[in-house]
Design a protein around this ligand. Sequence first.
Ligand code: AG3
Length: 283
Amino acid sequence: MELWFTEYFTDHARFSMRIARQLYSGRSPLQKIDVYESLEFGRVLVIDGMVMLTERDEFIYHEMIVHVPMAVHPNPRRVAVVGGGDGGTVRELVRYHQVEEIDLVEVDKLVVDVCREYLPATAGALDDPRVTIHYTDGVEYMRDCRTKYDLIIVDSTDPVGPGEGLFTREFYVSCFAALTDDGIMVNQHEGAFYEPDAKACQRAHARIAELFPISRVYQANIPTYASGLWLFGFASKQYHPVRDLRGEEWNRLGITTRYYTTDLHTGAFALPAYVEKLLKEVE
Ligand code: AG3
């Protein structure tokens, strides 16, 4: 018998991958978590029926959500990651020696526990001594936050269920306040092709662009996410994501990557016309 996992992108479009076996299935008070062994993409983490990562293409997402802001900020020492319980974002961050403290704010401890067991290639980095895990809601954490961060990375699920709060104006206001005077916030920004994603993307962009002096969107090609074209938001108090890119300095760090390059960095901010139009409509 053939087993297939299917994610519905809309009611009329879906994406399937062939599964060798299911490794885990469980439910926390917040969401349903599944891990599959797939034939094409390696292990797959699924939350509430949506692909969070696959072993095969997670490097693209995690390199792009981390190295883009890290190649712009001149001295990022304190970083908060909101969501990201799989550890992939933290794995890329711990490669920087200048990062002194990483606060990972994950609402669902079960995500971390399951990833530690089944996805060690991402979750292994959570044991780095610079990492503190806070099992609490990101909206509340940022509202009560006394620390000032150089960089906040919002590595959320989609804006349905527990991830919803991480797309609200209230949350972005708290992040703005929790950033230093030259801080940067980067968030996973949904896609722009299918209507539900495009609506979420527009809503997030409208709220962020209203608050931050600099708010730009960049893209990456992530094969297992809806349409393959996925977006990230770069919101900043001072630094421009392209004009302030410290390309030579970043290359001197000698960090090896499989997707990110400093040339691609600049190109990633050039968006297809339909995406630009969608964003301009709400600016
Ligand atoms: N965060 C989820 C991105 C959104 C994916 N959406 C979807 N497949 N419908 C990724 C977590 C990786 N750290």
